[in-house]
Design a binder for this molecule. Structure first.
Ligand code: ATP
Length: 239
């Protein structure tokens, strides 16, 4: 792919107090790509997304969106620039209807724009359209995950970051959520996907990075015969 990256992370070192949870990480995501970050527990995946979103302290390195540096910007300012993050197990407002969950995700949106984005969410996730008047708390876990992604899309982002959207879902639903993520990317969104559901994530990935102990490497051959080598690398530390 030749297009310029929309999201560019260079030499990122970030963490908590004395702890450097990610070190010298380079990641790029272009429009239309699903870039998947794999890694075991504690590898630094959530920290990477948090640093990009402005939620985690950055000690060194640069993060830019469409060639504009994000350093120093608060999370809501980054969101206004076009960055959306769906955190792991993000809670929706259970007492509010599905539609009202979309409403509260988009303050200050004009009516026509709201309607267009709402329709886009319903088209991607028809089950949310069916249940739009139901309380979000009555949705299944998978449907709530879809609603959380829908809320992020209501902001009209150019880069969508997803932290383990498969967490807690049955395998069939994981496949469905991944298919929807693929559709979202095919419409031109840049997607940065953090996952532990390796097989499903590889199925939709354009490119793959593996994080181990905070350090990141891009994997050239992540399909087919090299899958086992990749899994060994993630979980066993093999080269
Ligand atoms: P998981 O899949 O288990 O969520 P992860 O790859 O997302 O793992 P992170 O959550 O980014 O990993 O954690 C990376 C490292 O940073 C771990 O050693 C973790 O203990 C540490 N860490 C995470 N959050 C904090 C925090 N708030 N304060 C201190 N250390 C933290």
């Amino acid at each position: 792919m030749t297009a310029e990256p929309l999201l560019r992370v260079r030499g990122l070192t970030a963490g908590y107090g004395e702890i450097q949870a990610v070190r010298e990480v380079d990641v790029e995501v272009r429009a239309g790509e699903i870039v998947t970050v794999l890694g075991g527990n504690g590898a630094g995946k959530t920290t990477l997304l948090g640093a990009v979103a402005g939620l985690v302290d950055v000690f060194d390195g640069e993060i830019s969106l469409a060639d504009r540096p994000l350093g120093g910007l608060r999370p809501h300012a980054r969101a206004r620039r076009g960055l959306a993050l769906v955190q792991e197990n993000k809670r929706v407002f259970r007492a509010l209807s599905v539609r009202d969950n979309l409403v509260v995700a988009t303050p200050r949106l004009g009516r026509a724009e709201f309607d267009a984005r709402e329709q886009n969410v319903y088209e991607l996730f028809p089950v949310l359209a069916e249940k739009r008047r139901d309380p979000a708390g009555s949705l299944s876990g998978g449907q709530q995950q879809m609603l959380a992604i829908g809320q992020a899309l209501m902001a009209g982002p150019s880069v969508l970051m997803l932290d383990e959207p498969s967490a807690g879902l049955a395998p069939r639903l994981v496949a469905e959520v991944m298919d929807r993520v693929a559709t979202i990317a095919s419409r031109g969104m840049a997607v940065l996907l953090v996952e532990q559901a390796v097989h499903q994530a590889l199925r939709v990935a354009s490119r793959v990075y593996v994080l181990r102990l905070g350090r990141c490497s891009e994997q050239e051959d992540f399909r087919g015969a090299d899958k086992q080598r990749l899994l060994d690398h993630i979980y066993l530390g093999a080269a």
